[in-house]
Design a protein around this ligand. Structure first.
Ligand code: TXA
Ligand code: MG
Length: 350
């Protein structure tokens, strides 16, 4: 049984939602829809996005309405080539260096914006977040529509991000017309966001699909962590520096309890109406099979864990569990910070 997703703004129109296969005809049809100012749910390598023409204020307004997203949460603009980067942002040599090394891929750069980027996209900030996605279908729609596309994750605001076309449909049914099916996302967590407004002082705004140590190696300097702002909660109307400003995000309805270690004693006492999500399936010999234990990977590989994370959280959220216990990765590098970040936000109470 599906649990109800968070309500979006009541202002949205009731429309028929349809998933399209990526045939040449359908791609043309969806590109035309984008050019007309319509919204399209589409695959990226990280998570599915809800895209609109980034320079069309009305189209971008519709993204906020469909998601029930507050206007102080700015959007990422997606581009398909470096020429488009100059239309949207003013890149420093350091930004170009990162772009040439890691694009297309799961890296978003916050840069000074070009005047043509509307305020609705940047929440009135003088900076803009830009990314070149690696998914061929996303790039195809940017090219065919001949537009830079603003796209947040294609989920109702605050809920778990979508990694399949069906996840998008589950969350935005009757709120958007078009969803492009590109199969499951290969990365599974959102892009890493780096604030490069000051190129000599890069700041990590969100851990994500590109490990930060790889970025530091290319920049040849450390990337600092965003300092939590003591004013964050009293600044609700101001633009947020990153979604991390809200502790609760990516949240299932069922309470999530995090564990650094799963002991035998814990397993013995686990009530039958509570689920346990483990990082790695044990080999068959040592496995104590319980009906309420689920696994994020066969191998313990962080890439596999990230890929399955949101899908598993959604599946468990749709079960009738009282609580979902989740094992945290112990690694400090690679995708571990992004996985931990999403789990901590999923578990946060407010
Ligand atoms: O992987 C991803 O990044 C996915 C795919 C669809 O590209 N997109 C995504 O978008 O995760 P979203 O909207 O869920 O998260 C983007 C975050 C926003 O929450 C916002 O806080 C931050 O990027 N952001 C956008 N513009 C910014 C700006 N000018 N300065 C600081 N942060 C910004
Ligand atoms: Mg999101």
């Amino acid at each position: 049984m599906l649990k109800k997703i968070p309500a979006a703004s009541s202002a949205h129109k009731h429309v028929q939602t349809r998933i399209y296969r990526p045939t040449p005809n359908n791609l043309r049809r969806l590109a035309n829809a984008l050019a007309r100012g319509e919204l399209v749910g589409l695959p990226s390598e990280t998570v599915y996005g809800l895209a609109a023409d980034a320079l069309d204020v009305t189209a971008c307004e519709a993204i906020f309405t469909a998601k029930g997203r507050p206007h102080n949460d700015p959007l990422i603009v997606h581009i398909a080539d470096l020429e488009q980067l100059y239309e949207i942002a003013i890149p420093s040599p350091e930004a170009l260096n990162l772009a040439k090394t890691f694009w297309p891929g799961p890296l978003t750069l916050v840069l000074p914006k070009q005047p043509r980027v509307p305020n609705i996209v940047t929440a009135g900030l003088p900076s803009v977040a830009v990314r070149m996605p690696a998914h061929p279908l996303f790039r195809r729609l940017i090219k065919l529509s001949n537009r830079a596309l603003a796209a947040p994750s294609a989920n109702p605001f605050g809920y778990v991000s979508p990694t399949t076309a069906q996840h998008v449909k589950d969350g935005l049914l009757n709120r958007i017309r078009f969803i492009l099916d590109g199969g499951p996302c290969t990365v599974g967590v959102e892009s890493t966001i780096i604030d490069l407004r000051n190129p000599k002082h890069p700041v990590l705004l969100r851990a994500g699909g590109l490990p930060v140590e790889k970025i530091e190696k290319v920049l040849k300097r450390p990337v600092s962590l965003r300092k939590p702002s003591p004013l964050a909660s009293s600044q609700q109307n101001q633009a947020q520096a990153a979604p991390g400003m809200l502790d609760r995000h990516y949240s299932p309805k069922t309470p999530i309890i995090l564990h650094h270690k799963i002991t035998g004693a814990f397993l013995k006492k686990l009530p039958t109406n509570e689920a346990l999500l483990r990082l790695r399936k044990p080999c068959r010999l040592q496995s104590t099979v319980t009906h309420n234990t689920y696994y994020l990977s066969q191998s313990g590989d962080l890439g596999e864990i990230a890929r399955n994370l949101f899908d598993q959280l959604r599946l468990l959220d749709h079960g009738n569990w009282e609580k979902i216990h989740v094992e945290l990765p112990r690694e400090k590098k690679g995708l571990a910070p992004a996985i931990k970040d999403r789990l901590m936000r999923a578990a946060a109470k407010s």
